[in-house]
Design a binder for this molecule. Structure first.
Ligand SMILES: Cc1ncc(COP(=O)(O)O)c(C=O)c1O
Length: 464
């Protein structure tokens, strides 16, 4: 096999990628095809002899037009979804090209060094303890898993129990305290870790969705044994931050491990304007975040950060006779993540951070927040449209009249295709969720999206 085998196909993929990216900002934002159409276009018996590789690529590209949504586009506001910075996408291509197994240093000093540096830069950027452990995982779900595995190790070690050797059978029971608004991925991580969702003790939230510290103070003295508190920086609906300094102080006094879900909110630490929201976040013991959301690197890219590097390493490390692991300063990723063989997913993070710099990251965060405020300002000027949340970050919750009309507007906006936003139920009422997380979203994108939303709303309200 020579480069002749690769180049025509890579050129073709490049051309398809160019077509996709060129039309991305203008195209219908949702996916237009459903399962039936996709299966009809793509299914068939597994080829016996195999097909022409260029034709396979063309088939993929052709079907991305209708089957893929433009979730990387500047007018996609569903869930919390970033696009890809050009440099991050290009670096990701190189990661696939190099095809390094980035599990251990000996296979790829390049990948290990880039992830070591990216880890250091992130700790600097977030201003978190510089000797924390950092793992590049697939997303915030696995970042929770990694951080809570370290927490499980740490709190049980303090109770004289080695969970890595003895497991959870017979171990002191761990209580996990989290607010009613905690993201579902925290529950899932607890299930994966054998702690079970029944380990959860729920703390009430205030009207903005923030953990009530008075309730946390009431709860903690009633719990026997090891405790992990899970707080959040950036609620998935409202963008609200739990009162992290107070929670940190209360958790420390109880000798509880404090874990923070900062899937997108941790990035507020990088902005002079927004940093105060995350005040006290540095008191935590672990932090989970994503790079595929606000840093705008391609999927899949999450980050687990643990203050106590030894607990982190103890919970994750793998050793085997055939592995050649580093003894010195070299970084073996297997020590910090659940994966064994893995893609060098820290490299696009490195590229994005290097190309943006400190100011670029802060600018990206500030710009998205300004666009969210623009949404709130323009939408709330319309009679009958109400912004339900305090727009502190990049999330906006909008109500159009009543529940029924709100749901109809969401469906109508998705059908219109100018932009895409999803729905939620916030404190028992229907709302549209708008999340501005894309590096390329402009004022004009927001204005065009608001115009589309109001067009749909007015039409439905007038019964037309
Ligand atoms: C607050 C919060 N936590 C956790 C997650 C899970 O992140 P991921 O989908 O990257 O696993 C998300 C978003 O999906 C989120 O918004």
């Amino acid at each position: 096999m020579t480069h002749h085998h690769f180049e025509p196909l890579l050129d073709r993929a490049h051309a398809h990628a160019g077509d996709f990216l060129r039309t991305l900002p203008q195209r219908f934002v949702g996916a237009r095809a459903g399962r039936e159409e996709m299966i009809a276009a793509l299914d068939g018996p597994l080829p016996q002899a195999g097909e022409d590789a260029a034709a396979v690529l063309d088939l993929l590209a052709r079907n991305a037009e209708r089957g893929a949504s433009a979730c990387a586009a500047p007018r996609y506001f569903g869930f919390v979804i970033g696009g890809s910075l050009p440099v991050a996408l290009a670096a990701d291509w190189l990661v696939s090209t190099w095809d390094q197994n980035a599990g251990i240093h000996v296979i790829s000093p390049l990948a290990a060094a880039l992830e070591e540096i990216a880890a250091r830069w992130l700790l600097d950027l977030f201003d978190l303890p510089r000797d924390s452990g950092v793992g590049f995982v697939t997303g915030c779900q696995m970042a929770h898993f990694t951080c809570l595995a370290a927490a499980r190790h740490g709190v049980l070690r303090s109770a004289g129990w080695d969970v890595e050797v003895d497991g959870l059978h017979g171990a002191p029971r761990i209580h996990v305290v989290a607010s009613a608004e905690a993201h579902v991925t925290v529950d899932v991580a607890l299930r994966y870790l054998g702690m079970g969702t029944r380990a959860l003790v729920e703390v009430e939230t205030d009207t903005r969705g923030r953990m009530r510290v008075d309730h946390l103070r009431d709860i903690l003295p009633r719990l026997q044994g090891p405790v992990i508190v899970c707080a959040q920086a950036g609620d998935v609906n409202t963008g609200a931050f739990d009162p992290l300094r107070q929670i940190g102080e209360v958790a420390r006094a109880r000798h509880a491990w404090l874990h923070v879900d900062g899937a997108f909110g941790l990035w507020a630490r990088t902005s002079g304007e927004k940093r105060a929201l995350a005040d006290g976040i540095e008191l935590a013991d672990s932090w989970a975040t994503d790079a595929h959301k606000w840093l705008n690197v391609p999927y899949d890219s999450g980050i687990a950060i643990v203050r106590h590097a030894e607990d982190h390493r103890a919970a994750m490390t793998s050793t085997a006779a055939y592995l050649i692991q580093s003894r010195g300063a070299e970084r073996d990723a297997v020590d910090w993540v659940p994966e064994f063989s893995r893609r060098a997913r820290g490299i696009p993070v490195y590229a994005a951070l290097r190309a943006l710099g400190r100011e670029g990251v802060a600018g990206l965060v500030d710009r998205c927040c300004a666009r969210a405020r623009q949404f709130a300002r323009l939408l709330s000027a319309e009679p009958g449209v109400v912004i339900l949340n305090d727009v502190v970050l990049n999330q906006v919750l909008v109500r159009f009249g009543d529940d029924e009309l709100t749901r109809a507007v969401i469906a109508g906006v998705q059908e219109d295709g100018t932009c895409w936003a999803s729905g939620t139920t916030w404190h028992d009422i229907a709302a549209m969720r708008i999340s501005v997380s894309n590096w390329a979203t402009s004022e004009e994108d927001v204005a065009a999206s608001v115009a589309a939303m109001l067009r749909v709303y007015r039409r439905l309200r007038s019964g037309a």
